[in-house]
Design a protein around this ligand. Structure first.
Ligand code: GDD
Length: 320
């Protein structure tokens, strides 16, 4: 396939590029002038050499037109987004514009150039937001009750995908992905942040105090390498206009996940709550029912959580 990945310099984007390049696909990826490229340097050199990087500001319609006209992709994986929930409270406008306008520009460019691309949109379990205890595991029919500007931006992306399919026949497949972790995860996100703190403490770069936020939230974690395989299946086998939940179905209280990480170190560490890490409203429980996608594609996560945690800690140990 001739594919385009928006956000190729990011966490999921770099893993997706690695997976597709290793399969032999032709991969184009977008970056911005201020993008940090270091995650791509983690790919084997032979794969890096085959990755085509295209500078593009997705918020700018002209820039996206040039992108689609020059790449003419058979498949588009739209992963680029402002993806950190707390940032969306500090700068809601930026999150909304980034996430919504960029997607509209892609859809409009695909229409303008009559490009018959299969388009995957990376939506999020944060769209479900306020989930009642009797509503888990969450299937695609669950009401969307987002609790952050980020969640609202993802609802908009999701519904725009639905609308562009029905209005113009675009081949849009929406994936609502639950939390995914693994090497290269940004240091702000919970397990990566905890793993980074442990690595820094082990190496004497931080006092033996690990700062935490809300440990009572419950999340459904899947390894990022399993998630990017699912994205490819979604593009290849997903039905246009449909939405699919992606997640393992296994949940961890954040405090219990932290204890599993702490079990991987011999260093004695004090856990300390930090009020600045608390959110105005937190999504308390996310547990995925991915049976719709699994029935369609046969996809199953293959990497156990314990391995994801070990890989994440080792990643930060090598970088602390
Ligand atoms: N980041 C962070 N840092 N979160 C903490 C901390 C901390 O020190 N302590 C506790 N938490 C809790 C958060 O309050 C939240 O309940 C949970 O850990 C997970 O936080 P994040 O890792 O920041 O992820 P998220 O669940 O808010 O959002 C992620 O998953 C979504 C899919 O459900 C992001 O990857 C989103 O982009 C993604 O859409």
């Amino acid at each position: 396939m001739r594919v385009l990945i928006t956000g190729v310099t990011g966490f999921a984007g770099s893993h997706l590029a690695e997976y597709l390049l290793a399969r032999g696909d032709t991969v184009y990826g977008t970056y911005r002038v201020r993008s940090r490229m270091e995650l791509l340097y983690e790919l084997p050199q032979e794969l890096q050499n085959r990755l085509h990087l295209v500078e593009c500001e997705l918020k700018d319609a002209n820039s996206v037109d040039d992108l689609i006209d020059s790449v003419r992709p058979e498949a588009i994986f739209h992963l680029a987004a402002q993806s950190f929930v707390p940032t969306s409270w500090n700068s809601p406008e930026d999150t909304l514009v980034n996430n919504i306008v960029s997607e509209v520009n892609i859809f409009e460019a695909v229409r303008r150039f009559k490009q018959n691309s299969r388009i995957q949109i990376a939506c999020s379990s944060e769209e479900y937001g306020l989930v009642n205890p009797n509503e888990v595991p969450i299937n695609e029919q669950n009401p969307l009750r987002p609790l952050s500007p980020y969640g609202v931006s993802k609802v908009a992306q999701d519904l725009l995908g639905y609308q562009y399919h029905h209005s113009y026949g675009l081949h849009v497949v929406r994936t609502r992905t639950f939390n995914h972790e693994g090497p290269r995860r940004g240091e702000s996100f919970v397990l990566s942040n905890f793993a980074q703190q442990i690595a820094r403490i082990e190496q004497g770069k931080q006092p033996p105090i690990l700062e935490v936020g809300n440990l009572e939230a419950v999340r459904d974690f899947t390894d990022v390498r399993d998630i990017v395989r699912a994205y490819v299946l979604a593009v290849e086998q997903g039905n246009a206009g449909e939405v699919y939940n992606l997640g393992s179905g296994h949940t961890w209280r954040i405090g219990d996940a932290l204890n599993e990480l702490l079990n991987l170190t011999k260093t004695s560490i004090e856990v300390r709550p930090s009020p600045s890490r608390m959110r105005p409203s937190d999504v308390m429980i996310l547990q995925c029912d991915a049976s719709k996608f699994m029935r369609l594609t046969g996809w199953q996560p293959s990497i156990p959580f314990e391995q994801t945690l070990q890989n994440l800690l080792d990643y930060w140990r090598a970088r602390a």
